[in-house]
Design a protein around this ligand. Sequence first.
Ligand SMILES: [Ca+2]
Ligand SMILES: [Ca+2]
Length: 385
Amino acid sequence: MSQSASPQKIGSVLQGLASMTFVGWLLGNVCICLALAVAWRFGYIDVNAWRYRLADFFSKQEFINPQELVPESMKFHSLRRLDLDGDGEMERVMFYRYDVVGGRAPFGAIVLDLNNCRPRGIDTYELLAIDQDYLSEWNIDIELRDIPSVGGQQEVLVWGKTADNIRTELAVFQWYDYSQPCSPPAPGQRGYWNLGFFRGTGGIQIEGPRVRVKDRAFERSQLAVTRVYEPVNGSYRQSPAGPMLDPVSKAVEFTFTPPTPVPQTYYPEKSVLAFYLAIGLNTAEAREYLSPEAAARYLDGDYGRDVAEPGQLTSMAEVKEIAYYPDAEKERRHERIAVEVLVVNRRPDGTITGPFRYRVWVQGVPRKGAFPYDCEWRIVEFEPL
Ligand SMILES: [Ca+2]
Ligand SMILES: [Ca+2]
């Protein structure tokens, strides 16, 4: 008896084929998406180029591709609209990147300013830092702000930021224009003047007219050298085209917040710095960094000019330099360790004395659970050098 396909059988075969086709279609799409994602990830597809092509198409070629306005060897990054010169009209700030090498790609910036001449044109100005240095390496941001005693009523601040949002570069610009309207300016008649450029691996802050720049010095204990700049004649530079002014002060501080509470100070150099940062401000805390004998001798006694000066043992101190060569073996054995400092004292009446150089001896005191060697460090002696 010959077998004949029943309508039910044909139906189920067709159903099977249909669901297989659907699964195949689905898989095919997933593969295409994956291939596109991989191609995009490894730079075989330039999404921006496609964006511009589409914009060009939909705007009937009335669109200007910003990539065409930056030098050929550089890559357009982003655009911001801000009124940088305070004339009530928006300028475009175009950020571009130099060639990307090993993940680093320094930033530059150009200002595009649409003028009101006839015919209207676009004036372009580069935001150039001192020595034509790059403005940032990882991320960039721009801000309008009036820094008191600097420039005019409004400055243009370009911030460089790390991937974790620490502000590591700052360029301050001021708009100037000594040219006749709608006439091509002679060199130096019109543009954005760089009033200062700062770079610090530990972060940059503005406090009134002062700029505080931190440089990470001792990575393991998070110490930083902080330089403070103050403007003279409205600028942080020695002359309009000159180098930066020297910092008004330079001191060693913590990169981040000071280590509190006291027992969490694990590194010898950190304890010594914490002592100097606390003395004169919080002498009770400063006392905690000394051994009981050292506290009796240096803080309560009249030992001499050791920590500060005779009779001035509670004056504020500023650490100018700190030197310590980590010796993990000695640290592990809780042995006496020397940290060298250069300190300036600031008396309550404002008098500054010093700098004085000391070898500060610290010793590990056992403390269960303190990282990394179950000890914390106490100052046992100040040795004047
Ligand atoms: Ca404007
Ligand atoms: Ca200002």
